[in-house]
Design a binder for this molecule. Sequence first.
Ligand SMILES: NC(=O)C1=CN([C@@H]2O[C@H](COP(=O)(O)OP(=O)(O)OC[C@H]3O[C@@H](n4cnc5c(N)ncnc54)[C@H](O)[C@@H]3O)[C@@H](O)[C@H]2O)C=CC1
Ligand SMILES: O=C(O)[C@H]1O[C@H](OP(=O)(O)OP(=O)(O)OC[C@H]2O[C@@H](n3ccc(=O)[nH]c3=O)[C@H](O)[C@@H]2O)[C@H](O)[C@@H](O)[C@@H]1O
Length: 469
Amino acid sequence: MKVTVIGTGYVGLVTGACMAEWGHDVMCLDLDAAKIARLQRGEVPIYEPGLRELIMRNQPAGRLRFTTDVAASVEHGDIQFIAVGTPPDEDGSADLRHVLEAARQIACHMDSFKLVVNKSTVPVGTAQRVSTLLEEELGRRAVRCGFAVVSNPEFLKEGSAVADFLQPDRVIIGCGSGTADRRAREWMTQLYAPLERTSSQLLWMETRSAELTKYAANAMLATRISLMNEYANLAEALGADIEEVRRGLGSDPRIGAHFLKAGIGYGGSCFPKDVRALIRMSEQAHVSHHVLDAVEAVNSRQKFKLVEKLQKRFGASLSGRTVAIWGLAFKPETDDMREAPSRCIVGELLRLGAIVRVFDPVAMPAARRAFAQDLAAYPRRLANIHWASSALDAARGSDALLLVTEWVEFSHIDPVQLAKTLSMPLVLDGRNAWEPSLLASAGIEHRGIGRIPAGETLRTRPMPLRRFS
Ligand SMILES: NC(=O)C1=CN([C@@H]2O[C@H](COP(=O)(O)OP(=O)(O)OC[C@H]3O[C@@H](n4cnc5c(N)ncnc54)[C@H](O)[C@@H]3O)[C@@H](O)[C@H]2O)C=CC1
Ligand SMILES: O=C(O)[C@H]1O[C@H](OP(=O)(O)OP(=O)(O)OC[C@H]2O[C@@H](n3ccc(=O)[nH]c3=O)[C@H](O)[C@@H]2O)[C@H](O)[C@@H](O)[C@@H]1O
């Protein structure tokens, strides 16, 4: 099928490349000329495992093209995917500027039936809004050309985006019930036909339900993480080990094992913004949102957990201390720094006077841009970041090591060598990536999130006592 994808970010580029891999004829449009020029040269502007291979295979075969030419892109695709950003507005609601602009571009250039598929994460009612906009912009052409708008939210995760797209658990499609919508159903079924179990994987529903499902899913996952982080803090206070609790919880099939990792809070371009946007949607609908408020509050606090632990050890001021940071991206296998916990942690350490030695296997260039932006008003603090050339280089001479992003390569580093490299053998493990006993055997003190340090048991650990009268 002839497909146009508007926006070549994480979602648009993966959608385009995967659709081409399925044999569709895909043209990707972006207004960012530099990005398109790189893609046309065969360079991939983001780090996403497997994406380069897909592009390298499908671009030379002519199934995947990149352009900045709006008219050509509208003419190309019978199906027009909108996959542009929906960043948070000042009040937390989703800013629909780019989505509406993309719809306007389609209306401006279309002269035959188009199926407009919205992949961006958008508030409930946006498909309807896009429909109305198309009607208004098309004027008399609306009847001659015809169009349908469906909602097809994306559930891929960064770091495994290609695999998630090619083998999704399910594909949500929100669609109306008019004549044009029947054609939309047929085309969407054909589009996703390469999936192994198309008929059972496609979940059809009303557009509003599809739009809400996307936010509800992200908020549900964020809720699990915040709840686990609260349990971790409780485990720490009561002398239990959150990793054992996780094993116990996750083995109940009603709960399931995924998204129960305690740590230093969720980051990334979606959970934080989507939880906030759902709160805003609830406010506008005059519906209470106590759970979502709590999810956000717990997450904001959790990002500072490692700094709090450091202060407990070294005192309120960290002036004169050198702290190593392993991992800067918001999660492993990506270079995405959007709302990465590292930004709060590094910013706070610098504010408290520490010198920070940072390393990330992939996200160093993106991190340089992010910190330059965050610390634009504090050039002296920015100068206290040392950009290390390797994980061990970051650890060199540091008073403590903070594990912020759990890249697999960090777990392969020899603890004995690490102990020798640090000036004080203290590791604060923000992702519970190490077994405490492994580091303890190398003489390193390991403090996780909600974990019992090696050598301490319920009996040896001082329990908080409370008097009852
Ligand atoms: N990043 C992720 O993992 C996921 C993101 N989403 C949602 O997908 C949407 C896109 O997210 P990302 O890909 O991360 O965004 P992004 O910010 O990485 O990329 C958006 C791209 O759209 C381009 N663009 C903006 N307006 C345009 C226009 N009028 N015409 C052509 N190109 C235009 C921008 O130049 C940019 O390259 C958002 O709504 C997001 O919430 C959904 C699932 C996963
Ligand atoms: O809408 C989106 O953009 C996407 O948001 C998330 O995907 P993503 O943000 O790429 O990455 P996740 O793996 O979900 O991780 C998000 C954050 O939660 C943290 N996390 C994740 C899982 C966990 O158990 N604990 C935990 O703290 C991660 O470290 C990371 O900071 C969702 O998982 C995707 O389904 C969704 O499509």
